[in-house]
Design a protein around this ligand. Sequence first.
Ligand code: ZN
Length: 304
Amino acid sequence: MGAAMCVRLETKSWVWCVVALICTSAVYFGGAAATAVDWTKVVVAEVNGDSGGDETKNEDTQRPDFEEQEPVEEPENSQSPAPEEKPAQLIDPRPNVPTNDPGVGGRKVIALTFDDGPSPATTPRLLDILRGREAKATFFVLGTMAQRSPDILRREVAEGHEIASHTPYHNQLTKLSFAQVRAEAVEMDRIFTEILGMRPPFTRPPYGSQNATVGQALGQPMVLWSIDPRDWADRNANVVCTRVVNAAKDGAIILVHDIHASTVDAVPCIIDSLRARGYEFLTVSELAKVRGVTMVNGGVYYNF
Ligand code: ZN
Protein backbone atom coordinates (compact mmCIF):
# COMPACT_ATOMS: atom_id res chain seq x y z
CA MET A 1 0.00 0.00 0.00
CA GLY A 2 2.81 2.39 0.95
CA ALA A 3 4.56 1.97 -2.41
CA ALA A 4 1.35 2.89 -4.26
CA MET A 5 1.37 6.19 -2.40
CA CYS A 6 4.70 7.02 -4.01
CA VAL A 7 3.77 6.22 -7.61
CA ARG A 8 1.63 9.30 -8.04
CA LEU A 9 4.48 11.65 -7.21
CA GLU A 10 6.93 13.20 -9.65
CA THR A 11 10.32 11.53 -10.09
CA LYS A 12 12.43 13.28 -7.44
CA SER A 13 9.69 13.13 -4.82
CA TRP A 14 9.10 9.51 -5.74
CA VAL A 15 12.67 8.59 -4.88
CA TRP A 16 12.49 10.30 -1.51
CA CYS A 17 9.12 8.73 -0.83
CA VAL A 18 10.56 5.23 -1.36
CA VAL A 19 13.55 6.09 0.83
CA ALA A 20 11.16 7.30 3.53
CA LEU A 21 9.13 4.10 3.28
CA ILE A 22 12.22 1.92 3.56
CA CYS A 23 13.38 3.87 6.62
CA THR A 24 9.93 3.67 8.20
CA SER A 25 9.81 -0.09 7.61
CA ALA A 26 13.29 -0.53 9.05
CA VAL A 27 12.31 1.35 12.19
CA TYR A 28 9.08 -0.63 12.47
CA PHE A 29 10.48 -4.10 11.88
CA GLY A 30 13.76 -3.46 13.64
CA GLY A 31 12.19 -2.01 16.75
CA ALA A 32 9.91 -4.78 17.96
CA ALA A 33 12.05 -6.13 20.79
CA ALA A 34 15.37 -4.39 21.06
CA THR A 35 17.71 -5.67 23.72
CA ALA A 36 21.43 -5.80 23.25
CA VAL A 37 23.05 -3.09 21.13
CA ASP A 38 25.96 -3.79 18.80
CA TRP A 39 27.82 -0.48 18.92
CA THR A 40 30.43 -1.56 16.41
CA LYS A 41 27.63 -1.60 13.83
CA VAL A 42 25.91 1.53 15.12
CA VAL A 43 29.09 3.57 14.95
CA VAL A 44 29.71 2.48 11.38
CA ALA A 45 26.13 3.51 10.60
CA GLU A 46 26.76 6.91 12.19
CA VAL A 47 29.82 7.45 10.06
CA ASN A 48 27.83 6.57 6.98
CA GLY A 49 25.22 9.13 7.89
CA ASP A 50 22.60 6.74 9.26
CA SER A 51 21.00 7.73 12.53
CA GLY A 52 21.66 4.23 13.87
CA GLY A 53 20.47 2.97 17.24
CA ASP A 54 18.52 5.89 18.53
CA GLU A 55 17.72 6.27 22.09
CA THR A 56 14.60 8.31 22.56
CA LYS A 57 12.11 9.46 20.02
CA ASN A 58 8.77 9.94 21.60
CA GLU A 59 6.09 12.53 22.09
CA ASP A 60 6.62 13.04 25.77
CA THR A 61 4.76 16.12 26.90
CA GLN A 62 6.57 16.48 30.22
CA ARG A 63 9.57 18.16 28.62
CA PRO A 64 8.49 21.44 27.09
CA ASP A 65 12.00 22.64 26.31
CA PHE A 66 12.85 20.12 23.67
CA GLU A 67 11.10 17.85 21.26
CA GLU A 68 12.34 14.31 21.21
CA GLN A 69 12.62 13.42 17.60
CA GLU A 70 14.27 10.91 15.43
CA PRO A 71 17.51 12.40 14.12
CA VAL A 72 16.55 12.34 10.47
CA GLU A 73 19.33 12.47 7.94
CA GLU A 74 19.35 15.68 5.92
CA PRO A 75 21.57 15.18 2.85
CA GLU A 76 21.55 18.86 1.88
CA ASN A 77 22.45 20.18 5.33
CA SER A 78 25.88 21.74 4.94
CA GLN A 79 26.34 21.72 8.71
CA SER A 80 26.57 17.92 8.76
CA PRO A 81 29.98 16.56 9.64
CA ALA A 82 32.27 15.81 6.74
CA PRO A 83 32.01 12.27 5.32
CA GLU A 84 35.62 11.53 6.32
CA GLU A 85 34.60 11.91 9.97
CA LYS A 86 36.52 9.45 12.12
CA PRO A 87 34.70 7.16 14.53
CA ALA A 88 35.58 7.44 18.19
CA GLN A 89 37.40 4.58 19.83
CA LEU A 90 35.02 1.97 21.27
CA ILE A 91 36.30 0.50 24.51
CA ASP A 92 34.93 -2.81 25.76
CA PRO A 93 37.19 -4.62 28.24
CA ARG A 94 35.14 -7.84 28.05
CA PRO A 95 33.70 -8.18 24.54
CA ASN A 96 31.08 -10.79 23.66
CA VAL A 97 30.20 -11.79 27.21
CA PRO A 98 27.23 -14.22 27.10
CA THR A 99 24.15 -13.66 29.29
CA ASN A 100 25.03 -16.73 31.36
CA ASP A 101 28.57 -15.52 32.09
CA PRO A 102 29.39 -16.10 35.79
CA GLY A 103 31.26 -12.77 36.06
CA VAL A 104 34.89 -12.03 36.87
CA GLY A 105 35.84 -14.00 39.98
CA GLY A 106 32.19 -14.99 40.36
CA ARG A 107 31.14 -11.36 40.80
CA LYS A 108 28.45 -10.11 38.41
CA VAL A 109 28.16 -6.34 38.10
CA ILE A 110 25.78 -4.14 36.12
CA ALA A 111 24.93 -0.42 35.85
CA LEU A 112 21.42 1.01 35.80
CA THR A 113 21.41 4.39 34.03
CA PHE A 114 18.61 6.94 33.73
CA ASP A 115 18.45 9.58 30.99
CA ASP A 116 16.54 12.81 30.30
CA GLY A 117 15.69 13.77 33.91
CA PRO A 118 15.39 14.88 36.55
CA SER A 119 11.61 15.13 36.56
CA PRO A 120 9.74 16.28 39.66
CA ALA A 121 6.85 14.02 38.60
CA THR A 122 8.80 10.75 38.58
CA THR A 123 12.40 11.03 39.81
CA PRO A 124 11.71 11.46 43.58
CA ARG A 125 9.69 8.22 43.59
CA LEU A 126 12.51 6.47 41.75
CA LEU A 127 14.99 7.74 44.35
CA ASP A 128 12.75 6.36 47.12
CA ILE A 129 12.79 2.95 45.41
CA LEU A 130 16.57 2.99 44.93
CA ARG A 131 17.12 4.04 48.55
CA GLY A 132 14.73 1.37 49.84
CA ARG A 133 16.70 -1.28 47.95
CA GLU A 134 20.13 0.25 48.55
CA ALA A 135 20.85 0.24 44.83
CA LYS A 136 23.12 2.80 43.17
CA ALA A 137 22.41 4.23 39.73
CA THR A 138 23.84 6.76 37.28
CA PHE A 139 21.79 9.72 36.07
CA PHE A 140 22.50 11.35 32.72
CA VAL A 141 20.70 14.62 33.24
CA LEU A 142 19.67 17.29 30.79
CA GLY A 143 20.81 20.83 31.54
CA THR A 144 17.33 22.29 31.09
CA MET A 145 15.81 19.69 33.43
CA ALA A 146 18.58 20.06 36.01
CA GLN A 147 18.09 23.81 36.19
CA ARG A 148 14.40 23.31 36.86
CA SER A 149 14.95 20.75 39.64
CA PRO A 150 18.34 21.42 41.26
CA ASP A 151 17.19 19.94 44.58
CA ILE A 152 16.54 16.57 42.94
CA LEU A 153 20.06 16.65 41.50
CA ARG A 154 21.51 17.37 44.93
CA ARG A 155 19.43 14.56 46.41
CA GLU A 156 20.76 12.12 43.80
CA VAL A 157 24.33 12.97 44.82
CA ALA A 158 23.54 12.90 48.55
CA GLU A 159 22.12 9.38 48.20
CA GLY A 160 25.23 8.01 46.52
CA HIS A 161 24.25 8.06 42.87
CA GLU A 162 26.47 9.24 40.06
CA ILE A 163 25.44 12.26 37.97
CA ALA A 164 26.73 12.88 34.45
CA SER A 165 25.83 14.98 31.44
CA HIS A 166 23.25 14.27 28.77
CA THR A 167 23.98 17.74 27.30
CA PRO A 168 21.90 20.90 27.90
CA TYR A 169 19.27 20.56 25.13
CA HIS A 170 19.29 16.98 23.78
CA ASN A 171 20.71 18.00 20.43
CA GLN A 172 22.22 15.39 18.14
CA LEU A 173 25.87 16.32 18.57
CA THR A 174 27.08 14.93 15.25
CA LYS A 175 24.91 17.55 13.55
CA LEU A 176 26.60 20.41 15.37
CA SER A 177 29.90 22.12 14.63
CA PHE A 178 32.95 21.53 16.84
CA ALA A 179 32.43 24.98 18.41
CA GLN A 180 28.74 24.28 19.08
CA VAL A 181 29.50 20.97 20.82
CA ARG A 182 32.25 22.69 22.81
CA ALA A 183 29.76 25.41 23.84
CA GLU A 184 27.30 22.74 25.02
CA ALA A 185 30.03 21.12 27.14
CA VAL A 186 30.94 24.48 28.66
CA GLU A 187 27.26 25.14 29.39
CA MET A 188 26.93 21.79 31.21
CA ASP A 189 30.11 22.49 33.19
CA ARG A 190 28.54 25.76 34.29
CA ILE A 191 25.21 24.14 35.27
CA PHE A 192 26.91 21.31 37.18
CA THR A 193 29.27 23.67 38.96
CA GLU A 194 26.41 25.96 39.94
CA ILE A 195 24.24 23.16 41.34
CA LEU A 196 26.73 20.54 42.51
CA GLY A 197 30.08 22.30 42.70
CA MET A 198 31.65 19.85 40.26
CA ARG A 199 31.98 19.21 36.54
CA PRO A 200 30.27 16.19 34.93
CA PRO A 201 32.65 13.19 34.81
CA PHE A 202 31.43 12.05 31.39
CA THR A 203 28.67 12.59 28.82
CA ARG A 204 26.07 10.42 27.19
CA PRO A 205 25.51 11.99 23.76
CA PRO A 206 21.78 12.12 22.93
CA TYR A 207 20.68 9.22 20.67
CA GLY A 208 24.13 7.69 21.25
CA SER A 209 25.20 9.82 18.31
CA GLN A 210 28.94 10.49 18.49
CA ASN A 211 32.25 10.38 16.68
CA ALA A 212 35.87 11.32 17.32
CA THR A 213 35.24 15.04 16.73
CA VAL A 214 32.32 15.09 19.17
CA GLY A 215 34.52 13.33 21.73
CA GLN A 216 37.28 15.86 21.21
CA ALA A 217 34.88 18.80 21.49
CA LEU A 218 33.31 17.42 24.67
CA GLY A 219 36.73 16.71 26.16
CA GLN A 220 35.25 13.88 28.19
CA PRO A 221 34.67 10.12 28.00
CA MET A 222 31.39 9.21 26.27
CA VAL A 223 29.20 6.57 27.91
CA LEU A 224 26.65 4.70 25.82
CA TRP A 225 24.81 1.50 26.79
CA SER A 226 24.61 -2.19 25.95
CA ILE A 227 20.99 -2.90 26.94
CA ASP A 228 18.10 -0.81 25.61
CA PRO A 229 14.61 -2.07 26.57
CA ARG A 230 13.03 0.81 24.61
CA ASP A 231 11.11 1.99 27.66
CA TRP A 232 10.07 5.18 25.83
CA ALA A 233 8.26 3.13 23.18
CA ASP A 234 6.61 0.56 25.43
CA ARG A 235 5.31 2.22 28.56
CA ASN A 236 4.74 -1.08 30.31
CA ALA A 237 6.67 -1.99 33.46
CA ASN A 238 6.50 -5.76 32.93
CA VAL A 239 7.69 -5.50 29.34
CA VAL A 240 10.59 -3.22 30.30
CA CYS A 241 11.61 -5.43 33.23
CA THR A 242 11.47 -8.63 31.17
CA ARG A 243 13.58 -7.13 28.37
CA VAL A 244 16.24 -5.92 30.79
CA VAL A 245 16.40 -9.17 32.74
CA ASN A 246 16.58 -11.31 29.58
CA ALA A 247 19.40 -9.21 28.12
CA ALA A 248 21.39 -8.76 31.35
CA LYS A 249 25.01 -9.82 31.39
CA ASP A 250 28.09 -9.12 33.43
CA GLY A 251 29.44 -5.61 32.90
CA ALA A 252 26.40 -4.31 31.00
CA ILE A 253 25.07 -0.76 31.04
CA ILE A 254 21.26 -0.54 31.04
CA LEU A 255 19.59 2.50 29.42
CA VAL A 256 16.20 3.64 30.73
CA HIS A 257 14.54 7.03 31.33
CA ASP A 258 13.45 8.37 34.72
CA ILE A 259 10.88 10.67 33.11
CA HIS A 260 8.44 7.79 32.49
CA ALA A 261 6.25 6.55 35.37
CA SER A 262 6.13 3.09 33.76
CA THR A 263 9.93 2.90 33.88
CA VAL A 264 9.97 3.83 37.56
CA ASP A 265 7.34 1.09 38.07
CA ALA A 266 9.72 -1.40 36.39
CA VAL A 267 12.69 -0.65 38.65
CA PRO A 268 11.74 -2.81 41.68
CA CYS A 269 11.28 -5.78 39.32
CA ILE A 270 14.61 -5.07 37.56
CA ILE A 271 16.56 -4.78 40.81
CA ASP A 272 14.96 -7.74 42.56
CA SER A 273 15.14 -10.04 39.50
CA LEU A 274 18.77 -9.26 38.74
CA ARG A 275 19.84 -9.52 42.37
CA ALA A 276 18.19 -12.95 42.48
CA ARG A 277 20.55 -13.82 39.60
CA GLY A 278 23.54 -12.57 41.53
CA TYR A 279 24.02 -9.07 40.07
CA GLU A 280 25.37 -6.09 42.01
CA PHE A 281 24.24 -2.63 40.95
CA LEU A 282 27.15 -0.22 40.53
CA THR A 283 27.51 3.28 39.16
CA VAL A 284 29.28 3.63 35.80
CA SER A 285 32.47 4.84 37.50
CA GLU A 286 32.38 1.92 39.93
CA LEU A 287 31.84 -0.47 37.03
CA ALA A 288 34.92 0.95 35.26
CA LYS A 289 36.91 0.70 38.47
CA VAL A 290 36.15 -2.97 39.16
CA ARG A 291 37.24 -3.73 35.59
CA GLY A 292 40.46 -1.77 36.09
CA VAL A 293 39.51 0.66 33.32
CA THR A 294 40.60 4.30 33.47
CA MET A 295 38.15 6.18 31.27
CA VAL A 296 39.84 8.51 28.80
CA ASN A 297 38.56 11.68 27.16
CA GLY A 298 37.00 10.94 23.78
CA GLY A 299 36.75 7.18 24.47
CA VAL A 300 33.35 5.47 24.03
CA TYR A 301 32.22 3.03 26.72
CA TYR A 302 29.12 0.91 26.39
CA ASN A 303 30.01 -2.19 28.36
CA PHE A 304 32.60 -3.05 31.02
ZN1 ZN B 1 17.98 11.21 25.92
